[in-house]
Design a protein around this ligand. Sequence first.
Ligand code: VGL
Ligand code: ZN
Length: 194
Amino acid sequence: MKYRIKRGKDALIIVDVQVDFCPGGALPVPGGDEIIPKLNEYIRKFHAAGALIVATRDWHPPNHISFRDYGGIWPPHCVQGTEGAKFHPGLRLPDNVIIVSKAMDPLREAYSGFEGTDLEKELRKAGVRRVFIGGLATEYCVKNTVLDALKYGFETFLLEDAVRGIDVKPGDVEEAIKEMVKRGAKKLTLQELE
Ligand code: VGL
Ligand code: ZN
């Protein structure tokens, strides 16, 4: 299937491509940095088409509930203002990127880019109907963002060649992809974009 990117209708949503989620970071996703060249290609295409580009970031306070010391399951990561919370330096975000910070409430986990943010409002304001989602990690923030996008009625594409997962339990990633597809997400690769 071939798709043409339409300005005013389409948005690229890059989920949490941050230093801490890449090899060497505090909560590394295996091969997390390998998707960056692909994402840069997606960015180039969406930018050339004049379509919206959104980058979400995990943006935790130092006492976030998802951290082990505060009852959660993760090591501290993506703490607001730290080096680890920065977007990966290899990611070429355009000047007009919309940055969406999430999971800032110390008492709530929020994997989805829509949860507790203005993302839906921003997309609606721009007239967006289709969203193309890639980034990290497949079975956490990508999955929850995809499922929320579907719930809000966006036609939702999972960028199959531009996601990576943690696979805490082997099979988690595969299961997450199955669930997204079952709920209506379409898988897409770079070659399918004109
Ligand atoms: C994420 C674990 C903890 C993610 C965020 O971006 O997928 N995963 N916080
Ligand atoms: Zn987090």
